[in-house]
Every structure is written in C-alpha cells, then in structure tokens.
Design a protein around this ligand. Structure first.
Ligand code: GLC
Length: 418
C-alpha cells in the first residue's frame, strides 16, 4: 500500500473528511459565489449586498456541532472569496464584515467554535480579487466587458495588489493561532483572452508568498493552487479515476465537492446530491487514497440550509457505524469486485457495496486470506467460502440489504498478510 504520510500531513491523511464553507456577501444574492462575475455586476451595484449583510442567526458553534456529528474532522472557510469581501477585521481593507450590518469579525468566532468541537481549521483565501483597485482586469473580472472601465484600469499594478495579498495572508497566519490548512485559490496562467492574460505564480509571487507562509507556520498544509509548495492537490467537482498522480507520482489529494453544484448559497438550485451518493463519494475518495472536502454555503442570515443540515445528519448516521472503514484507511492493493470499493487499514479490509447483489459476492485474490467477515454496522457474521476459481473467496450475503446508506463488510485478513 502506498503511504505518503509525513509528520506534517499525518493527521490530514488519517482524518479523510472535512467541511468546506463558502460564506460571504454573495450569500445575499443567493445565486452562486461567482454572481458578480457571471452577471457582470459593478462595484456600485454589488454594494447592496455589503450594505444588507446582516447574519443575525450566525452561530458557528451550531455549524461546528453539525460538522462534528457528520464525521468531519476539519473545516476550511473562505476568509475572502474572489469578490474581495473579507470575513475578518483585516487592517488592510475596509471591505470587511465589521463594516457591514454584521458589525463584527465573523472569522474568529468560527475558528474558536470549530476548535472547541475538536476540528482542525483552515482558510480558503482567494488569490483573485474583483474589488481591489490594483487587481488587473482580466477575462474573469466582472467589468471585463466595460471598455471604459478597462481603459481606466489599464495602469493597475499587480505588484501593489500582491503586497495586499501577502499582507492579508500574514494576518491570517498571525492572528488566529495555529492554522492547519491554507487553501489558496486559484491560478490560471494559461488563459488568454487576447486583450488580457491569465494569472499564475509569477503574478502572485507565489515563491515569496509560500516562503513567508512556511516561516510563519511551518506545519500548515498548503494546497496546490498557488502553483508552489503544495502539500496536496485538489480535484474539484470530480471523482478521480484512481489515486491522483502528478508527473507519474502518487500525491496526497483531496476532492472538493458541493452539495448542489454551487459553493456559495444558491437558493433556486435544486441539484442536491442524495446522502447515499455523497457517502459513496467519500468512500470512493478514500478507496483511491484521497480525502473529501464537502462544501456548505450558509445563508446570509448565517444558517445552514435545512437541506444541508439534513444531508449532513444522514452522513453522520452512516459514519457513526462505519467510521472505522474511513478514518486511517486508504487504498487497498486488492482490486474490488464490480459495484464495490475497498478501503483498508492494516489487516482490516472493508468492502463497500454500492449496488446490492443477489446472495454472493466473489472477491478475486482473497482465497485463503480472510480469517473472519462481518457486516460493519452490526458486527453480524457473514459466511465465507473458498472458491477455487480466481483464487477467490465468496461471501454470502442476505437477500435484503441492511438498512444503511452503503453496506460495508469488514474482512479480517490473516495477520501475516499486511
Ligand atoms: C473554484 C471557484 C470557486 C470555488 C472553488 C472551490 O476555483 O472559482 O468559486 O471557491 O473553486 O474549489
């Protein structure tokens, strides 16, 4: 089994499941966190969300409890998204929560609440900034089609923006105690709109940025989207086909996924994934040696949408019984049968059954290797029979699947086999 564990990332690889939170004034627009860009909204019109942002029901302790009960072990929240709005009391800008009707720093209470529930905490910080006056206009910028605006903005100096960016990252790493993850987003150096080009590590001065981050916080885990110093890579809204590799080498990875296709609160989007699908996605990630960072976009009043709370509750009900098939587990060297996934921790091999078969499941290569088998949810014995073909083992399951979102069979391998 591949093991990429180091002192720094051991907790991350073990914990496997985290909460992503996208929260900012775009929650008021309630139609995706890219609304400013998608609808080409200028600063003046976007100001209405700033002026009316009043999350009176914000209770991060409730969020943290929901996350913990869902089985999540860490949380990453947007300190700033692409619209430039900051959740904390940054000294470097006025464009921040304390100047909205919220009238307070919203990030410190989040950090305190999640730490108190025993979760690790990270910051998603946008490299892109559609509010900053020195951020050069490009093909993603909300005012990209406003030629007069572009003309006025033509002397913008990204180096001045970069001082702001680096300064804010410094604040995030010095004012909140130990930060477990820094999730920078994102680079697009290959984009070319003709009149403007994309931005990447040279624009963000990522080498210098990451050197500062490492100096301030040697153990923080950094994602790959500043293009320098990555501890892990971040496939987005996709389940990779296998263990993610970079230049042919397996890497630490974390899929990030939404509940309904949007990261920010998106009121009229009905594309909600079912709890069973989300559980299968979590299992799928772990079966390929990765993590899952599952997103909630809270409302502008500061609550999780009831549909999000409900889904997370159902995931938690499954995790309560099946956590040991997730935490500390990774990809197995055995190849799972069709419609199944394996996860493994030491001599425990977990067979996650995605589609319930009739009576028998053949496990190639496992003949003579399994000492005992049981359902994980109730520790009830499952009969095993050697099967000469394929050096396989056959397990015999009841006609009715157990009443859990994804049934798991726990196989105890003979001690000498791992
Ligand atoms: C993208 C999007 C963004 C979202 C993020 C999450 O880069 O720009 O809105 O925050 O991915 O992975």
């Amino acid at each position: 089994m591949t093991d990429l564990t180091t002192d720094r990332n051991a907790w991350f690889i073990h914990d496997r499941f985290g909460l992503f939170v996208h929260w900012g004034i775009y929650a008021s627009a309630a139609r995706h966190e890219w609304v400013k860009s998608r609808e080409r909204i200028g600063d003046e019109q976007y100001q209405r969300y700033f002026d009316h942002f009043d999350p009176d029901l914000y209770d991060p302790r409730a969020w943290a409890r929901i996350a913990r009960q869902a089985g999540m072990k860490y949380a990453v929240i947007t300190s700033k998204h692409h619209d430039g709005f900051c959740l904390w009391d940054s000294k470097l800008t006025d464009y921040k929560a304390p100047n909205t009707p919220a009238r307070r720093d919203l990030l410190h209470p989040f950090v305190d609440a999640f730490r108190a529930e025993g979760l690790k905490v990270g910051f998603y910080h946008s490299l892109i900034d559609w509010h900053h006056p020195e951020f050069p206009v490009d093909g993603f910028h909300p005012q990209r089609d406003d030629l007069e605006f572009r003309e006025r903005a033509k002397n913008r100096d990204i180096r001045r923006y970069v001082e702001y960016l680096h300064g804010q990252v410094r604040e995030l790493l010095t004012e909140f105690g130990p930060v477990d993850i820094l999730w920078l987003d994102f680079s697009y150096p290959d984009r070319d709109w003709g009149w403007s080009k994309g931005k990447g590590k040279d624009d963000w001065q990522s080498e210098r940025l990451i050197a500062m981050v490492r100096e301030l916080m040697p153990n923080v885990l950094i994602n790959n989207r500043a293009e320098v110093g990555a501890d892990f890579v971040t496939p987005e809204q996709v389940q990779p086909r296998g263990w993610v590799a970079v230049n042919g080498r397996r890497v630490v990875w974390e899929a990030c996924q939404t509940l309904n296709g949007s990261w920010g609160y998106d009121r009229d989007n009905l594309d909600w994934k079912s709890p069973a699908l989300l559980i299968r996605m979590l299992v799928d990630s772990v079966s390929k040696g990765g993590n899952l960072l599952l997103n909630v976009g809270p409302t502008a009043r500061g609550e999780f949408d009831p549909r999000a709370t409900d889904v997370l509750g159902q995931i938690g009900a499954w995790i309560r019984l099946h956590g040991r098939a997730i935490y500390g587990c990774t990809q197995s060297d055995f190849v799972a049968p069709p419609d199944c996934r394996y996860t493994q921790r030491g001599n425990r091999l977990y067979l996650h059954v995605f589609a319930w078969p009739f009576r028998q499941i053949h496990l190639p290569g496992l003949g003579g290797k399994v000492e005992y088998a049981q359902f994980l949810h109730d520790a009830s014995e499952i009969a095993i029979r050697p099967d000469a073909a394929d050096d396989a083992l056959t397990i015999v399951v009841p006609v009715q699947p157990p009443d859990v979102a994804v049934p798991v069979i726990e196989l105890f391998l003979h001690e000498s086999l791992h």
